[in-house]
Design a protein around this ligand. Structure first.
Ligand SMILES: C[S@@+](CC[C@H](N)C(=O)[O-])C[C@H]1O[C@@H](n2cnc3c(N)ncnc32)[C@H](O)[C@@H]1O
Length: 359
């Protein structure tokens, strides 16, 4: 049997119980490692699964699939795919080859970026066609994604843009000379994607054809490491997202271009996010103001407490100033209630938990 096992989006613990049982008992286990990546190394997977995992690069899957399928009529072979095996990755060739060899196939689904992107607060019902953005070169700037976005936006739908990753790729020169030298891995960022999207709009506009699908002021959401402990979301205009990479951090990234029709609940999510920003920024400022007045009135020393609020994904710093002699029990109660409210708001806001609202 050939098992296509989804691994989920983040780390070794995202595999399903059913998937793990298959991995433990299979004769061979392959990890497809070029259409997406987990946020942990292969060795961590091996330790958790308690067995060896064979890395299957593009070359192996596309040119040596018979090695993967060897004897799978008689023994179990597990082929691990990050996310869901059929979420924006199909491996149709491998499946068709297995069918030709009369190897039974079973799929073990898991979370995919196609569904997890719902954690932005945008409703999956309101998404149109998903598009892919590849790394542009000086001479190659494929723009077919632009037409798909136009179709989506014409009927008001959001567009999920999946970003190029280059793992174990040869440079054109090394490929031409037949040298098996590979470039370091590259993962496209939200900033690069937003820049390329705007570049294509400019090209279309200069050519006088098909421009005006979106522009620098169009709203979008950048998403990083969705499903992981350090996931981040940043919303803003495309122009703002060009500079959002520092906030978003490491790979993997995806971008959602908002449709013209946004459900009121989606807007409410953003409003909640805005409230979070207000509470993080304004509450500490009010305390500083209040304490400064108290300081001025009473002439007492001011004790400064730096509160490092490390929530699941968000590091926030508040400077709370309290007059030295005033914190009696009523003060302390009020202070802790407000701090609690502030932290609760940080943790509960789904659209930007760990992120930043830019506009
Ligand atoms: C070809 S798709 C693979 C999808 C995978 N099979 C799945 O079901 O999620 C790979 C692209 O999806 C996006 N992606 C995958 N996982 C992600 C994550 N955890 N956070 C953000 N984007 C992600 C990135 O743009 C990445 O380059």
């Amino acid at each position: 049997m050939l098992y296509l096992v989804g691994l989920g989006l983040s780390d070794e613990t995202d595999i399903t119980v059913k998937g793990l049982e298959i991995v433990k008992k299979a004769s061979r286990v392959y990890l497809e490692a070029y259409t997406s990546i987990l946020l942990v190394e292969k060795e961590i997977l091996e330790k958790y699964y308690g067995r060896e995992v064979i890395l299957a690069d593009r070359e192996m899957v596309e040119s040596s699939s018979d090695d993967i399928l060897h004897d799978a009529q008689n023994v179990d072979v597990a082929f691990l795919v990050v996310g869901d095996p059929f979420g924006a990755t199909t491996h149709t060739d491998l499946v068709l080859r297995a069918r030709t060899l009369q190897i039974p196939i079973q799929t073990i689904p898991n979370a995919s970026i196609m569904s997890a992107i719902g954690s932005t607060g945008l409703q999956l019902y309101n998404f149109g066609q998903t598009v892919s953005m590849v790394f542009f070169t000086e001479t190659w700037k494929p723009a077919s994604f632009h037409d798909r976005i136009r179709e989506n936006r014409d009927i008001g739908l959001h567009t999920l843009v999946l970003l190029d990753i280059k793992v174990k790729e040869q440079s054109l020169e090394n490929m031409a000379r037949g040298r098996m030298i590979y470039e370091p891995p590259r993962y496209m960022t939200v900033g690069q994607c937003a820049q390329q999207m705007l570049e294509v709009e400019e090209i279309k506009s200069a050519e006088g054809e098909g421009a005006g699908v979106y522009g620098p002021e169009s709203l979008a959401v950048g998403a990083a490491r969705v499903g992981g402990r350090t996931e981040k979301f940043v919303s803003g205009t495309l122009k703002e997202l060009c500079d959002a990479d520092d906030v978003l951090g490491g790979p993997l990234h995806s971008l959602v271009l908002l449709g013209r029709r946004t459900h009121e609940l989606e807007s409410e999510c953003s409003a909640g996010a805005y409230a979070t920003m207000l509470s993080t920024a304004i509450l500490p400022l009010l305390w500083i103001l209040h304490s400064s007045i108290a300081f001025a009135k009473r002439g007492t020393n001011v004790a400064v407490f730096i509160v490092m609020c490390i929530t699941n994904t968000y590091p926030g710093i508040g400077f709370i100033c309290l007059p030295k002699r005033t914190p009696n029990s009523r003060w302390r109660l009020t202070f802790s209630a407000l701090l609690d409210l502030w932290l609760t708001k940080l943790r509960r806001t789904p659209a930007t938990d760990g992120g930043r609202v830019m506009g």
